[in-house]
Write a protein that binds this ligand. Structure first.
Ligand SMILES: [Fe+2]
Length: 512
């Protein structure tokens, strides 16, 4: 590219012309021209009591840095500006803009906007965490959005809610596959770009760019602050610190380079505070939200089978020593009523019960010693009111958590449970009924809920897509699973699929 520019320069063509920023046609056809140059909208995230991240992306005309203004106000009309500033967006961060706006007041709604010259972005809405007098908290919990598998109707339904404190995204925000390589996507007119497996930094950047041009995803980011963590597909399927199932060094080069590229693109495109991805958010006396990182921080290789010696090897870990010590301190020091743990893969023992798929070793079932250590810590230190919320499975779950449901737990009384776990289904990634008749799936749901297979399982749904709504009150935590009627067309019809509760001071789940 540089030599072409030099050639053009010698040919007396303006250097500006050779410096033109070229957006691929597959991306630019998704642009809503009314939003120029902020086609990707705005986003906010990682709220604290005095600060929040605000984000945008400017699509430039040249490769030169762009001066972007930003402002924050308590009113949508911006008649009183609380904070403002400028930022130089450049190619180094893919022309993304991320500002950690501090000096804010706790428990307040704020509006924010970006400018380039006379052009203004859409106005984003966000919220800081209150310090006191929090009667209740409400979080939409999501994971697993496959662009090719239909419309992001789930995101639109969450965007339309007026009652949320934040959206917790537990990962698989994107998928790394080339078009048509994950699920039968032929019935949807939505194709992955670039049409290749994501390997290089530019690949990951382009995929995020495509996702963020989706109207529903743009809207949900505009309306709510996000607290996010990646899972494996932001890197490559079944990833861990030194490799991934979907990574071959011989064909795709260094895994370290690939995972660093994936991380860089994630940091550029998500409104997340940079540093350690495991982090916590304290909502007054009511709840601490603890986000775990279960891929690149401390996870060792995923065992091949239940008998693989790796599964019980010394130093085999999901979190790793440093993160585990941090988690234990977060739990032990917490004085909040609820400890809500954002967890990527199922913590509870789970027998899936399919003839060719019973135990998922990519989940905590592949890391039993560390799970037992965490369970013991919770018991020994009398840490109460722990609620795991979990993504990854594209299915809905409720468990009374025990590290051994067959020996340390009574399914009639619930004695022996140490916590509860709620699993959220996918935004739209496929689950059991996309490969099996619905009657088979419904029968299978009843089968695996049985006492001899999963005595601690209190609810499952293997066939719907949507989101989990968690509401925390002083005396009770409520889980509600909302399901979308349709993914094949844009639709705003949802239904409440199930509700379950746990009272403060207990680990017993019950239905409404
Ligand atoms: Fe997924």
């Amino acid at each position: 590219m540089r030599s072409i520019c030099l050639f053009l320069l010698f040919a007396a063509v303006s250097i500006t012309a050779c410096n033109t920023y070229q957006e691929p046609q597959e991306i630019s056809t998704l642009f809503n021209q009314d939003l120029a140059p902020f086609y990707h909208g705005v986003a906010s995230g990682d709220p604290q009591t005095d600060r929040v991240i605000i984000w945008t992306r400017v699509t430039p005309e040249t490769n030169e840095p762009v001066n972007v203004g930003w402002r924050v106000s308590e009113s949508k009309s911006f008649d009183a500006i609380v904070r403002e500033g400028e930022y130089s967006a450049s190619h180094e961060k893919d022309f993304t803009v991320k500002i950690d706006v501090d000096g804010l007041e706790p428990g307040k709604q704020y509006f924010y906007q970006f400018t380039v010259g006379e052009n203004k972005s859409i106005i984003g809405k966000t919220k800081t965490i209150a310090t006191t007098d929090i009667d209740s908290l409400k979080f939409a919990v999501v994971s697993c959005a496959n662009y090719e598998f239909g419309y992001f109707n789930t995101y639109e339904m969450i965007a339309n809610r007026k009652d949320l404190d934040a959206v917790l995204h537990l990962g698989d925000y994107i998928y790394e596959y080339a078009s048509g390589k994950y699920g039968d996507t032929t019935k949807f007119d939505r194709r992955n770009y670039p049409n290749k497996e994501l390997i290089e930094l530019d690949d990951y950047r382009k995929r995020y760019s495509q996702y963020r041009l989706d109207e529903d995803l743009r809207k949900v980011h505009q309306n709510h602050p996000f607290i996010t963590i990646w899972d494996d597909h932001e890197i490559a399927n079944n990833s861990y610190t030194t490799g991934a199932e979907n990574h071959q060094d011989s064909l795709e080069g260094s895994y370290a380079i690939r995972s660093n590229a994936a991380k860089q693109a994630y940091y550029e495109w998500l409104p997340v505070r940079e540093g350690k991805m495991y982090r916590s958010f304290e909502f007054g006396d009511l709840a601490k939200v603890i986000m775990l990182e279960e891929r690149l921080e401390g996870r060792t290789i995923i065992p091949d089978s239940l008998n693989d010696p790796q599964r019980t090897a010394e130093n085999h870990s999901m979190l790793g020593e440093v993160q585990m010590a941090w988690l234990q301190k977060e739990l032990a020091d917490s004085t909040t009523s609820w400890k809500l743990i954002g967890n990527q893969v199922i913590f509870s023992y789970l027998n899936w019960g399919w003839p060719n798929f019973k135990i998922n070793l990519d989940a905590w079932d592949g890391y039993p010693a560390e799970r037992a250590a965490l369970s013991s810590f919770i018991t020994d230190n009398e840490v109460s009111n722990v609620v795991f919320v979990t993504g990854d499975t594209h299915s809905s779950w409720a468990f009374e958590v025990t590290d051994d449901p067959f020996n340390n737990y009574d399914s009639i009384t619930g004695d022996g449970a140490i916590a509860v776990e709620f699993g959220t289904t996918s935004i739209n990634s496929s689950n059991s009924d996309e490969g099996n008749p619905i009657d088979t799936v419904l029968a299978h749901e009843r089968k695996i809920m049985s006492n001899d297979m999963n005595p601690h399982m209190k609810f499952t749904n293997l066939h719907d897509h949507g989101y989990l709504l968690i509401t925390l009150f002083e005396g009770q935590a409520r889980a509600q699973w909302y399901y979308m009627q349709d993914l094949a067309v844009p639709s705003t019809t949802e239904k409440l699929g199930n509700e379950m509760y746990v009272d403060l001071g207990t680990t017993r789940l019950y239905s409404k």
